[in-house]
Design a protein around this ligand. Structure first.
Ligand code: FPP
Length: 249
């Protein structure tokens, strides 16, 4: 089957962008279900359309020089959805994971964050393979959160540190924020500068909660399947106009 994510030809922009681009943008791809509902279609059509947007936005991020782009694909809470919808998302993911040559050609490093152990074996193995094949690349880190939860990630870091303390490798009283950061899934990735959530919801939903401590937030009513490149441009201009003080004055 031809790669379905390439069909959508969204408007190309990048005619003028601010100079201070964020180093790390995180996207919560929300609104797929509502997009489908508005068209009297099953929710899975919304996810398919959302996957096309995802593909277009990743290519755009690479082309404008964003160094780290994270996407919330599937949360630890999403297992509560109907099995049919879970299967549809996993099938999309499987299709996508088998059509990643373009990223490798573009020297994009692919990193999958989240607990891989609960995922179907073929998906898990393909993720590990892609991480391995792309780890030499440094043009952009593409971070996909799959079976990911921010609290789950912090608990994972705590378990590792506790084990090291039990082994006598570290003193529990000397545990620092940096040490916690080094035990997160994102240990090689800088903190999030800009968090984007479409679809009108004003929440973080357990996404990169540690890494977003000083992030700027950008919310829009546009549903994710309609989130075109021009929407990202708007978010980038908005971000560029903000004064970031990181707790200083
Ligand atoms: C949230 O929208 C979206 C998800 C839980 C799934 C995101 C998945 C994709 C974009 C497709 C698969 C991605 C890849 C990488 C192939 P929602 O369903 O909660 O929307 P709603 O709030 O309108 O119901």
């Amino acid at each position: 089957m031809a790669f379905p994510f390439l069909k959508k030809d969204m408007a190309k922009t990048e005619k003028s962008l601010p100079e201070n681009l964020p180093q790390h943008i995180a996207f919560i791809m929300d609104g797929n279900g509502r997009w489908a509902k508005k068209r009297n279609m099953p929710r899975k059509f919304g996810h398919r359309e959302g996957a096309k947007t995802f593909h277009d936005i990743t290519r755009y991020c690479r082309s404008i020089g964003i160094k780290n782009a994270s996407f919330y694909v599937f949360s630890t809470e999403n297992w509560r959805r109907p099995q049919e919808e879970i299967d549809a998302i996993m099938n999309l993911l499987w299709e996508y994971l088998n059509d990643c040559d373009e990223y490798l050609e573009q020297e994009v490093r692919m990193i999958f964050i989240g607990d891989k152990s609960r995922l179907p074996e073929r998906i898990r193995n393909r993720m590990i393979e892609l991480e391995e094949d792309s780890k030499k690349y440094d043009k952009m880190n593409l971070i996909l959160a799959i079976n990911y939860g921010g609290r789950d990630e912090i608990a994972y870091a705590a378990r590792q540190l506790a084990q090291k303390a039990v082994n006598g490798e570290i003193d529990p009283l000397s545990i620092t924020e940096e040490m916690i950061g080094e035990h997160l899934y994102t240990k090689e990735i800088p903190d999030v500068d800009l968090m984007i959530r479409p679809s009108g919801e004003l929440r973080l939903s357990n996404f990169l909660i540690w890494q977003c401590a000083y992030a700027e937030y950008y919310f829009t009513d546009v549903l994710w399947p309609d989130f075109a490149r021009s929407e990202l441009d708007k978010a980038l201009w908005d971000y560029a106009g903000r004064g970031r003080r990181f707790g200083g004055v």
